[in-house]
Design a protein around this ligand. Structure first.
Ligand code: GDP
Length: 431
């Protein structure tokens, strides 16, 4: 038995989807434990692209069961849409391969409306959320007035819950934001229909997981977003509304910390970020443009261009500390081909003082000036390469330097978006 947690080591979009899909065949279960459809995973198998926002990336593998844990917030419309596509493609014949926790909270029309109303109101101070209602749904969860997936299966109880929430939400929408109210009756009718259609998928996922662990199965926990978008450990307030670090598996899926064997941190060979907030190694110039073009850095969920910059070892070390990485995967190494001089930030200078540690406050991070070391680049196309030894010397040195700077082994290197464009130095599941 092995349990492996795969999480983003940066600000998300590290290519977790591709790696989870690659790792999934070795797992009996793939589990999502936090976030919602603000995550966007692009999977490419045999040239065919599938973008998933809620269903775990293990779904393309016919022998893997996929759980959506209680820590996830679910937009039923999106989930049902993905299930329909997967069924139409013949990928999902057996509904038992996807199980959604009855305890997961439901994203409702109020949440998406509030998300948009707030971002519009914030203007220059906008967080840059995906406008999918994730944050407002978590607020209602913590405010103990949220509606959960299991509630959708009980129309009478649901009527009361929606009535109570309507009073609160429509007041905020109309009185504070001057937005249109959500029609309570229409939403109720829609929610009952969601419940009817979702019923075959709703389950006690914690129990399925517990049984699987007892039977010695292999479980992969699929993180969304990334370490620096974590509500507690990220660059608050430019963060998402859930905990994204490895520890969130315990609460979001419902297992004890003693059941986690390995933690794989996923990083790009450079850094990107979507939305607002400080980004010390950001390249606001032609080099940044070039990275964006070469790496096709546009959001899978929103299509927004991503901000691009050099790899930041200060961030990666912090991510390693917060998550307890046992190993790293470096993605998109192929994107750096052709760049003459590749840089890595090894320390920051903040208010004249040098530090190798990630600062505590946003203000310090905003003032951080990275100290770089330069590495000679390579020109070879890496996408055909499958063995570490076959990488150009400078690419190998670059990988080795990241390993040394972060202090954990790099087990996987991704050299292209396709499933097989992956270099394996060691099996991440092997304890
Ligand atoms: P995620 O949210 O972390 O799964 O990341 P996204 O799916 O938003 O973004 C990753 C993008 O990079 C997708 O379009 C992937 O197909 C692509 N990708 C993943 N790994 C690689 C890689 O090694 N090389 C290249 N060129 N593209 C990659």
């Amino acid at each position: 038995m092995t349990t492996l947690v795969a999480v983003g080591a940066q600000w998300g979009d590290e290519g977790k989807g591709k790696l989870v899909d690659w790792l999934a065949p070795a797992a009996d279960l793939v589990v999502r434990f936090h976030g919602g459809n603000n995550a966007g995973h692009t999977l490419v198998v045999d040239g065919e692209k599938t973008v998933l926002h809620v269903v775990p990336a293990g779904v393309l593998n016919p022998d893997t069961q996929n759980l959506i844990g209680p820590g996830v917030v679910v937009d039923p419309e999106i989930l049902l849409g993905e299930l329909d596509v997967l069924q139409a493609r013949g990928v999902l014949r057996d509904p038992s391969r996807v199980r959604v926790s009855g305890r997961a909270h439901v994203i409702l029309d109020w949440h998406t409306a509030l998300d948009k109303a707030r971002e519009e109101r914030a203007q220059g101070r906008a967080i840059g959320t995906t406008g999918r209602g994730i944050g407002p749904t978590y607020e209602d969860k913590v405010g103990r007035r949220g509606i959960r997936v299991a509630d959708l299966l009980d129309p009478a109880g649901l009527r009361l819950l929606i009535g109570r929430l309507a009073e609160h939400k429509n007041f905020e929408l109309t009185q504070y934001y001057r937005w249109q109210p959500v029609d309570e009756e229409a939403l109720y009718a829609k929610a009952v229909e969601w419940g009817r259609r979702l019923e075959p998928y709703v389950d006690h996922t914690g129990r399925i997981l517990e049984r699987a662990l007892r039977e010695g199965k292999t479980v992969l926990f699929e993180g969304a977003q990334g370490t620096f978008l974590d509500i507690d450990h990220g660059t608050y307030p430019y963060v998402t509304s859930s905990n994204c670090v490895a520890g969130a598996v315990c609460t979001g899926a419902g297992i004890g910390p003693t059941r986690i064997d390995r933690v794989l941190g996923i990083t790009k060979a450079y850094t990107t970020r979507v939305g607002g907030g400080p980004f010390p190694t950001e390249l606001d110039d032609a080099q940044g443009e070039e990275l964006r073009r070469l790496g096709a850095e546009f959001g899978a969920t929103t299509g927004r261009p991503r901000r691009c910059g050099w790899l930041d070892a200060v961030m990666l070390r912090e991510a390693c500390a917060v998550n307890g990485f046992t190993s790293l995967a470096v993605n998109k190494l192929d994107v750096l081909s052709g760049i003459a001089k590749v840089q890595i930030a090894t320390a920051y200078r903040i208010d004249g003082k040098r530090t190798e540690e990630f600062p505590m406050t946003l203000g310090e991070l905003e003032r951080a000036e990275p100290e770089y070391e330069s590495h000679a680049g390579w020109t070879e196309d890496l996408r055909e390469l499958r063995r570490f030894e076959d990488l150009p010397r400078n690419a190998r040195d670059y990988v080795a330097r990241i390993e040394a700077l972060v202090g954990v082994p790099i087990e996987l290197i991704s050299v292209g978006p396709e499933r097989d464009e992956t270099i394996v130095r060691r099996d991440p599941f092997a304890s």
